[in-house]
Design a protein around this ligand. Structure first.
Ligand SMILES: Nc1ncnc2c1ncn2[C@@H]1O[C@H](COP(=O)(O)OP(=O)(O)OP(=O)(O)O)[C@@H](O)[C@H]1O
Ligand SMILES: [Mg+2]
Length: 321
């Protein structure tokens, strides 16, 4: 068994092509043992591809990955024994009940699923044991995938958007459970998630990638704390409106993204002030507005601007004040 301290992850100049498409363009980072990493970036930036390389599902076309002293390409089987990868694409035999499904995967690995009973209870799946998987919601299927990944007591847990379909209560149970696993068994977690709340609580490091390259690698707290707002109000003005005049009139901190304007607020009180301002605008000027909490996308865009990185395939009309 690999010892704690042997679990550091060293990624050096990793490239990946799909046919002629160059998806990862020289990714390098070093994650010390006992640290947990979130990979952040826009759709199509290569997050899942990188996670799948770390899970030894894909092999890099160039560059190297070491987990402790093991080389991912040369010692793939050994590395596979250490980790579990939770893919949103893992499908089930839909006629099998949850109990039969867990029995099947536990038998494959020569373990018992009953040691995960606490998680099953926490996420309200115990009552579903005799229900065929075809009757499960997406959130319940996501929980089942996580349970399957935890069967073999992995030392490295790799999660691709596991919490995306979970409601707040189940998300909370999963965070708590993984956090405890982290503390008790010192597992390493590598994940992709769009919720800063999940990342803040489970990962101490963030790797931001853009178009297959590292944009920023650093401490979660530093990266999230740099963001000067907690909420945003997205507004779609009528196409006949002059957007620059419109934002000048309203006057809160904002960003223009093509036809849409995003106003930023540090507190609920400022959100209310922005809403009041919007409701007082002339009739027909605003098509719709949506209030939401800070997302990882917001954090990504903020860093893109802070680091003055040119935007590929995106809107050029980006303004932040
Ligand atoms: N098996 C594959 N064959 C061909 N192209 C692929 C394959 N897997 C991914 N790609 C391409 O590689 C690029 C990166 O995909 P990837 O799934 O890694 O992105 P992502 O950052 O995880 O995006 P998302 O946020 O949408 O999940 C995309 O352009 C995608 O179409
Ligand atoms: Mg993905």
């Amino acid at each position: 068994m690999v010892q704690i301290g042997d679990k550091e992850i060293i990624v050096e100049d990793v490239h990946k092509y799909f046919g002629s498409k160059h998806v990862l363009k020289g990714i390098s980072f070093h994650l010390p043992a006992e640290e947990n990493l979130a990979i952040v970036g826009p759709n199509g930036s290569g997050k899942t591809t990188l996670l799948r390389i770390l899970a030894s599902i894909y092999l890099p076309d160039k560059g190297s990955v070491h987990i402790g002293s093991y080389n991912l390409v040369k010692q793939t089987q050994h590395i596979r024994g250490l980790l579990s990868y939770v893919s949103p694409n893992l499908s089930f035999h839909k006629k099998l009940t949850l109990r039969e499904t867990l029995d099947y995967f536990a038998d494959l690995q020569g373990v018992s699923w009953k040691k995960q009973k606490a998680l099953l209870d926490d996420v309200d799946l115990s009552k579903m044991l005799h229900t065929p998987i075809e009757g499960f919601s997406e959130g319940q299927k996501a929980m089942t995938r996580l349970m399957i990944a935890l069967l073999k007591d992995p030392q490295i847990l790799i999660l691709d958007e596991v919490t995306a379909t979970l409601d707040t209560k189940k998300k909370e149970s999963v965070i708590k459970y993984i956090h405890e696993l982290n503390q008790e068994r010192e597992i390493t977690t590598l994940l992709i998630d769009h919720d800063p709340g999940v990342i803040d609580r489970l990962c101490n490091k963030i790797l931001m990638i853009t178009s297959g390259k590292v944009m920023k690698f650093g401490e979660t707290r530093d990266i999230i704390k740099q963001i000067p707002y907690t909420f945003d109000v997205k507004v779609v003005p009528h196409p006949s409106i002059n957007v620059s005049e419109f934002v000048k009139d309203i006057g809160f901190s904002h960003r223009i993204m093509g036809e849409m304007v995003q106003f930023y607020a540090k507190t609920k009180k400022v959100v209310d002030e922005i809403i009041e301002e919007l409701l007082n605008r002339p009739k027909g000027e605003i098509l719709e507005f949506i209030v939401s909490g800070l997302s990882m996308e917001d954090i990504y865009w903020h860093w893109l601007l802070l680091l003055d990185i040119p935007i590929e395939n995106g809107t050029k009309e980006l303004e932040f004040s």
